[in-house]
Ligand binder design. Structure first.
Ligand SMILES: [Zn+2]
Length: 353
């Protein structure tokens, strides 16, 4: 049990006049609640009369097991361990693991959204990788973007490889930051990147494509094409880039590899493909939060995370920071709406938080 003094606890009821205000003397002790493994202190707010525990409104609310165990399940998941293996390792039911990951993903999503602070978009790379739902016959695609300077992964979209999803990826990146006027964007040769970028960024960017011809799993030729902007602007953007001296997609390809290793659904030659698109989107959202905020990036100095480099955080986050985070929306409201992510992919995940 957390040893919290009553002045440190605030009322989580957003309809209460003293909502989120500490040290007003309205919160008093109100016994304990016991589950199989843990005992949690309960509190009562004298202002509104509601009772709550220290975990009300967080992911840990009404958890039958300890918060530490919940964190461990999330940690295993982002290391690419599949749900069945987690259930065996932690000796809990598969359905519990699935429910926890769903909850963890909703919290990660809420945290991701709370920390978007208009990052400077110096250099962006976009790409899409192929995956499957149920069987190899149902292809689905994972679109991802990386801001090269900070290594931040600002957006991901799961779904068909079409204009709509390409546009969604590009607009999300645009929303997360602001272009410099000559933001360098590099993609592969997929036909919809040009129109999607032109529509979103207009002339405030340079778009180049790297077109690789592959024969028998080997790259035979690499072509480079300037799609938006002038040669002069491209040269200028490359001069300013600390990471690239010619058009390349290597940073997003490296990120794709990291994503494949961190999401069990995306492992190659696995029998454990996602059954539903929403499940895959969920796992990706949790992993994106981990990648941006918690995992030190090997190419950034001093154990920094991409979020620290981008100025979205001042320290490395732990799962506890993500899961105990209440956001602006109250915990009572959250408990009522029961964040559900079902077969609708990222869009529904977005609505959930
Ligand atoms: Zn209250």
């Amino acid at each position: 049990m957390a040893r919290t003094s009553v002045t440190r606890i605030s009322c989580p009821n957003d309809a209460c006049a003293l909502h989120d205000r500490r040290g007003r003397g309205n919160v008093v002790l109100h016994g304990y609640s016991n589950t199989r493994w843990v005992r949690r202190r309960r509190y009562r707010c004298k202002e509104c009369g509601r009772t709550f525990s220290s975990t009300t409104g967080t992911v840990y609310n009404r958890l039958q097991y300890s918060a530490r165990r919940f964190d461990r399940v999330a940690a295993l998941s982002v290391e690419g361990v599949n749900k069945s293996a987690i259930a065996r390792l932690e000796n809990i039911a598969w359905s519990t693991v699935a429910r926890w990951i769903e909850r963890a993903a909703a919290a990660a999503h809420r945290f991701n959204r709370s920390r978007t602070a208009r990052v400077v978009l110096r250099e962006i790379q976009l790409d899409e990788m192929r995956s499957f739902l149920v069987s190899k016959k149902r292809t689905t695609w994972v679109f991802a973007a990386i801001e090269v300077w900070s290594r931040l992964w600002p957006a991901t979209v799961v779904g068909a490889r079409n204009y709509r999803n390409t546009r969604e990826l590009v607009t999300t990146v645009m929303h997360e930051g602001h272009p410099t006027g000559r933001t360098l964007i590099t993609t592969d040769g997929f036909k919809y990147y040009g129109p999607a970028v032109r529509r979103t960024f207009g002339p405030a960017c340079v778009l180049g494509q790297v077109i690789k011809r592959v024969r028998k799993d080997k790259i035979v030729t690499v072509g480079r094409k300037l799609v938006i902007g002038s040669e002069w602007k491209l040269e200028q953007a490359l001069l300013e880039s600390e990471d690239s001296n010619k058009l390349n997609t290597s940073f997003i390809e490296r990120l794709n590899l990291t994503i494949r290793r961190g999401c069990s659904y995306l492992a190659r030659k696995t029998p454990g493909h996602a059954r539903r698109r929403g499940r895959l989107a969920e796992q990706l959202e949790l992993f994106r939060c981990y990648y941006n905020f918690m995992r030190p990036h090997s190419s950034l100095p001093g154990n920094r995370t991409p979020a620290m480099q981008a100025g979205l955080a001042t320290r490395r986050m732990r799962f506890r920071d993500i899961f105990a985070f209440r956001g602006r929306r109250s915990l009572f409201a959250l408990a009522r709406s029961r964040c559900q992510v079902s077969d609708g992919g990222v869009e529904q995940l977005r609505c959930a938080a």
